[in-house]
Design a protein around this ligand. Structure first.
Ligand code: ADP
Length: 611
């Protein structure tokens, strides 16, 4: 047989052995990376959102400002169509000055304008809703100059007297005949009115003019500061146009922290403006810049919360991936080990099968050997029995021999006397005696031959009487009373010769046991028991010591002297009866009949009964 090769478990893969440290290292490396990446992503996202929000607010305000400007630009355009104003300009004496003043006042009231006034072609005020303006000359102002050129004018300024921020709209008035400019009508709007659409609460705003001077702001203290240092040309222009009472403005202290694509991060001098996102929107129509601000520090809590949440989700995802991966690897390992276990099991099974086949063959061989030995033993025991029976056999043969002798002598004498009928009678006797001898020798020959242990239905009487034939002489010599109580016609499933061998063995044992008995009686009794027959050999001998009852059928158990008994008779008989499918047992007569001594040996065999 091949020696069993131990199938090893597959070695654990690198990943299987290192999954846990790998997970910890990945966690340690990736957490800071993830943290930084998330922080940047959420910061940029929050800034984008804020920028979009500011842009929307700026656009909304720009729309509102535009519509306000449009509304007031329309007023002087309407006024120039009014013939009253043209007549007033043509009539230098202005006879109905009073009613003109009322008319302009009426216009101012219904349009909610700050001031409405009429200038002649030299820029001299002819009529005004503000009495302080009477007689003043505005020829130097850009809005007058634009109108004098025949165009629409628009100009922001801070009033010298009242210090009110206002926007001036001007339109030229043409002579109906010559089409020359004969005067200019001006409408001034308070800047506060224009700022009405200011979404002050959400997005703080700021407006700078074309020079970078702050003309409107959510932070009042920043008004009339400048975002950049004014050059001389600008200062001169401001001076020439009397735009503001002064030409120098304090610089608004701001610091650009970071320039972004469509915005910048700056710092302005006020709490809440330390780090703000600034978005600007040009207002080309008026040449202004509109600024919107958003406090970036307010975004920090949202950014921190989102980053923490994202980190948590990341760690959970990574841990989940680790658990899933670990389970998967464990499953793979279990599967691989199971496969090895199955292979080992298969190997063990194959090896076991080979062993079983080998052992079975060895057992078969030894069984055959044993059977052979048993057959030899049974045969040897039979020959030994024959040997023991030699005296009886000799006697059985001697008797007819002596009778033949006598008959032959008688026949010879009768022949001399020529009494042929007597001769014939004696020859007939000789023939019968010779036949009897032939029967005895045939029986001896049959008994002595080896049998193949095959069974068939045989007559029980025949086996009994054949056996008895061999012990009759001994019974006579030892004065044993022999009683045979058979059931004629009974057939048993047996090997006839071996059954005889068993019966002879039981009978000779019984005779041995009765050697010293005062009463010597040997009974052979048959009792039917359904599909079996019970053959009993009962003697009046010593009986069996109860201690020996369990050892009786063991090989080499004997109570007889050395050389007398071998202790094999009962053991061989037991195995013969077993092979025939029967039972051999022993008991003492005292068990059932206390006053009697002796043993009872019972043979139980399958039987059938012929009518
Ligand atoms: P052996 O006759 O050579 O001793 P056996 O196997 O035939 O061997 O018998 C074994 C023993 O059983 C005998 O020695 C004897 O003690 C006991 N035995 C057998 N038959 C009887 C009997 N009829 N009565 C008493 N003892 C018996």
């Amino acid at each position: 047989m091949n020696p069993e090769v131990d199938i090893p478990y597959p070695p654990r893969s690198w990943l299987q052995s290192n999954i846990k440290p790998l997970y910890i290292v990945s966690l340690l490396i990736m957490i800071p990376v993830w943290l930084i990446a998330s922080w940047y992503t959420f910061t940029s996202q929050a800034q984008d959102n804020l920028r979009v929000q500011i842009e929307n607010d700026l656009a909304l305000f720009a729309d509102s400002l535009d519509s306000e400007l449009e509304k007031y630009r329309f007023v002087p355009k309407m006024l120039i169509m009014d013939a009253t104003l043209a007549s007033a300009l043509n009539d230098k004496n202005i006879r109905y000055k009073r009613s003109l003043h009322d008319y302009l006042n009426h216009i101012r009231t219904v349009t909610a304008a700050d001031e409405v006034f009429l200038l002649d072609v030299q820029g001299q005020t002819l009529a005004s809703t503000t009495l302080d303006n009477q007689g003043l000359n505005y020829a130097h102002t850009p809005y007058f100059q634009a109108a004098k050129e025949g165009n629409s004018g628009g100009f922001f300024t801070l009033g010298f007297n009242a210090g009110i921020r206002g926007y001036y709209f001007s339109e030229p008035i043409f002579d109906s005949d010559t089409d020359d400019v004969i005067g200019v009508v001006v409408v001034k709007v308070n800047m506060a009115r224009l700022e009405r659409g200011w979404p002050n609460k959400r997005t703080p705003m700021m407006i700078t003019d074309e020079y970078g001077v702050v003309i409107a702001s959510s932070v009042p203290s920043w008004l009339f500061t400048s975002r950049q240092t004014l050059d001389d040309r600008s200062r001169q222009a401001i001076k020439n146009t009397s735009k503001y009472p002064s030409t120098s403005f304090p610089k608004l202290q701001s610091q650009v922290i970071e320039e972004l694509d469509a915005a910048r991060i700056i710092s302005l001098p006020k709490p809440g403006y330390i780090r703000v996102l600034e978005v600007n929107l040009p207002l080309p129509q008026v040449g202004w810049q509109l600024y919107g601000h958003g406090d970036l520090n307010k975004l920090n809590s949202v950014i921190q919360r989102n980053t923490a949440l994202s980190l948590l989700v990341f760690i959970l995802t990574l841990s989940l991936a680790y658990v899933v991966m670990q389970r998967r690897l464990q499953f793979q390992e279990t599967l691989a080990r199971r496969e090895v276990n199955q292979a080992r099991l298969q190997q063990a099974k194959t090896s076991l099968e080979v062993r079983v086949i080998e052992r079975t063959k060895a057992l078969q061989d030894s069984n055959d050997e044993l059977k052979q030995t048993q057959t030899e033993l049974i045969h040897a025991a039979k020959l030994a029995t024959l040997g023991q029976m030699a005296t009886s056999v000799t006697h059985e043969i001697n008797q007819p021999l002596t009778a033949i002798q006598t008959c032959a002598d008688n026949a010879e004498q009768w022949l001399q006397r020529e009494n042929y009928s007597r001769v014939e009678q004696n020859l007939g006797n000789i023939k019968k005696l010779a036949q009897k001898m032939a029967t005895i020798t045939l029986h001896l020959k049959t008994f002595g031959r080896k049998t193949d242990n095959s069974t068939s239905w045989v007559a029980l009487d025949e086996a009994i009487y054949n056996a008895v034939g061999l012990i009759t002489l001994r019974c006579k010599q030892e004065q044993v009373e022999l009683i045979i109580d058979c059931l004629p016609g009974t057939e048993v499933m047996a090997d006839l010769v071996r059954l005889e061998q068993v019966i002879i063995n039981l009978l000779t044992n019984a005779l041995d046991a009765m050697l010293n008995s005062s009463e010597k009686r040997l009974v052979i009794r048959c009792q039917s028991a359904g599909e079996h027959i019970c053959l009993q050999v009962i003697d009046t001998g010593t009986g069996i010591d109860p201690v020996h009852l369990t050892q009786l059928f063991d090989p080499f158990f004997t109570t007889k002297d050395t050389g007398v008994g071998l202790g094999l008779g009962l053991s061989i008989s037991y195995s013969i009866i077993k092979t025939m499918g029967g039972e051999l047992s022993a008991s003492n007569r005292a068990d059932t009949e206390p006053q009697h001594s002796g043993a009872i040996f019972s043979v139980r065999l399958p039987a059938r009964y012929q009518a």
